[in-house]
Design a binder for this molecule. Structure first.
Ligand SMILES: [Zn+2]
Length: 246
């Protein structure tokens, strides 16, 4: 079965039906340069996540592989198209970062800024942590045992925990390396706000269907990122036991 974790509220079942290769657009030198800068930034953020998680997990951390793509990519979870956005595939333990998604964040989702990008990378790395902790396996089993609506609730808990872990990363990266500029946390919170299920659904279809939420509302996504950032305490991110999410 296809198991992958997306940043946005897509239906993973759609993924195998994505037609892979639209011909790549020619990129102007400026756009290409921007792409190179983004790619370099993503590499730096990933390296920062490795430093933090190696430390927090006392060298029990197994580093994920980074795959950057634009338009489409093949993974152990299936073929992803540009509509998929960034994702993590537990099957091959790779973090897939769609560079063109950052343009969408800036232009369509109104979530610009380097730390908005860092949040995206750290969220996917959060899914990798969950995979190492066995949560991905549990989700896989649950999928066959519970109703779709109930599974969606678990999915929200999983996604909010990935947001929390992104916040924990930012907390420790700041302490270890002093990486944050003044507006960085606001950029991350703005991005979390922009990709809440309620907001995306409202914008796409003019109404919200809470039982179809898979990633949490804007308020929840901001709350859990912020909780991770404020506490830096991995023990406080048990979204699966949080009464407000049950
Ligand atoms: Zn996710």
């Amino acid at each position: 079965m296809l198991v992958l974790y997306l940043l946005l509220g897509g239906n993973p079942g759609d993924m195998s039906q994505v037609v892979p290769s639209q011909p790549q657009q020619e990129l102007s030198p400026e756009v290409k340069k921007l792409g190179d800068e983004r790619a370099e930034f993503v590499r730096v953020v990933l390296a920062d996540t490795e430093d933090v998680w190696n430390k927090l997990m006392q060298n029990q951390y197994k580093e994920p592989t980074l795959v950057m793509f634009s338009q489409s990519v093949e993974s152990a979870c299936g073929i992803a198209g540009s509509a998929t956005g960034p994702f993590y595939c537990p099957g091959d333990e790779k973090v897939y970062i769609d560079l063109s998604f950052f343009e969408d964040m800036e232009n369509k989702l109104n979530a610009p800024g380097d730390f908005a990008m860092a949040y995206v990378v750290a969220h996917e790395v959060g899914h990798h942590i969950q995979n190492l902790q066995g949560t991905a396996d549990k989700m896989h089993q649950l999928r066959q045992q519970v109703s779709k609506e109930e599974y969606n609730r678990y999915s929200v808990m999983l996604e909010l925990q990935a947001d929390f872990l992104a916040g924990v990363w930012a907390h420790h990266a700041q302490r270890m390396k002093n990486i944050l500029d003044e507006n960085d946390i606001d950029e991350a919170l703005n991005a979390a706000n922009a990709i809440g299920d309620d907001r995306l659904q409202q914008e796409a279809q003019g109404r919200t269907v809470p039982e179809s939420f898979t990633h949490g509302t804007s308020a929840q996504r901001m709350y859990w990122f912020k909780k991770g950032f404020t506490t830096g305490d991995i023990q406080q991110g048990n979204t699966f036991q949080d009464p407000s999410l049950r």
